[in-house]
Design a protein around this ligand. Structure first.
Ligand SMILES: Nc1ncnc2c1ncn2[C@@H]1O[C@H](COP(=O)(O)OP(=O)(O)OP(=O)(O)O)[C@@H](O)[C@H]1O
Ligand SMILES: [Mg+2]
Length: 256
């Protein structure tokens, strides 16, 4: 469905992505993980047309989408929930959801879906008339995800949905993503909770300083000796390099 090939993105003198290739197939949850500054957000921005690649190709459903405008990409079915959840703070929960549905042609079905999403996300249902800015961080993240989903994207991209949330709330957000996976929603998940994201995803890519250094299914990636090394910035086998097998795999937070 999405195929990114040899993507190069530069910010002035800095090269953020040095020829990165990855793919997302329909119905898959794919995790893109890596330390701070690895280029994860840049990759998502390139896909939605917020940055223009220096070279490389991005294809969605077989058609090239480089140089398309962000609003056209939303219409084509690609939705990004950016880092820091950009909801409309002064509007209510229901109004935010209604805005998410605004791109849909089937107005009546879209209106029904607003009600359905309030059931599907009970925390939002309880606060439907509250201003979004008054919700907790976890509720705001759920609202941002629900608002993206209500536009019925073919591909949902989440940039660090658990960032800054308390552990219990992080669990809720991972629960939401698990439900999306079980429902067959196609998701590209960027996460700082690398181990959890990889465990949840069908396939994962580890990005480090603008290059994919590791890819594969959960087991392959989690068991690879370079997985933790990618985070700690030490080459595997180098003096002082961590021994992955000695570290509990499900420990959650692995950040740079
Ligand atoms: N607008 C910009 N102008 C210049 N350099 C930028 C810009 N945005 C990102 N960069 C640089 O590009 C590199 C990749 O940044 P990016 O935000 O994609 O990383 P990331 O993997 O999302 O990191 P994080 O985990 O901190 O969100 C970094 O070196 C960053 O400093
Ligand atoms: Mg980022």
């Amino acid at each position: 469905m999405l195929a990114v090939t040899d993507l190069v993105v530069r910010y002035g003198q800095t090269t953020a992505l040095h020829g990165v290739s990855f793919a997302v197939n329909r119905g898959e949850v794919v995790a893109l993980v890596g330390p701070n500054g690895a280029g994860k957000t840049t990759a998502l921005k390139a896909i939605v047309g917020l940055v223009t690649p220096a070279s490389g190709s991005i294809e969605f459903d077989g058609a090239t989408i480089v140089k398309h405008k962000p609003e056209n990409l939303l219409r084509r079915g690609i939705s990004l929930v950016p880092e820091g959840r950009h909801i409309f703070a002064s509007l209510t929960v229901v109004e935010n959801l209604a805005l998410g549905a605004a791109t849909r042609a089937d107005r009546r079905a879209a209106k029904k879906d607003v009600a359905a999403f309030l059931d599907r996300f009970p925390a939002l249902g309880r606060r439907r008339r509250s201003q979004a800015g008054k919700l907790s961080g976890g509720e705001q993240q759920q609202l941002a995800i629900a608002r993206a989903l209500i536009a019925q994207p073919e591909l949902l991209m989440l940039d660090e949905p658990s960032l800054g949330l308390a552990p219990l709330v992080v669990d809720q957000i991972f629960g939401v993503v698990s439900e999306l996976r079980d429902a067959g929603t196609t998701v590209l998940l960027v996460e700082q909770n690398a181990t959890r994201a990889v465990e949840l995803a069908d396939r994962s890519y580890v990005l480090r300083t603008g290059e994919i250094v590791l890819e594969g299914d959960s087991q392959t990636v989690l068991n690879h000796e370079d997985f933790l090394a990618s985070y700690l910035g030490v080459a595997a086998g180098a003096p002082g390099a961590p021994v992955a097998s000695g570290v509990p795999a499900a420990s959650g937070e692995v950040t740079a």
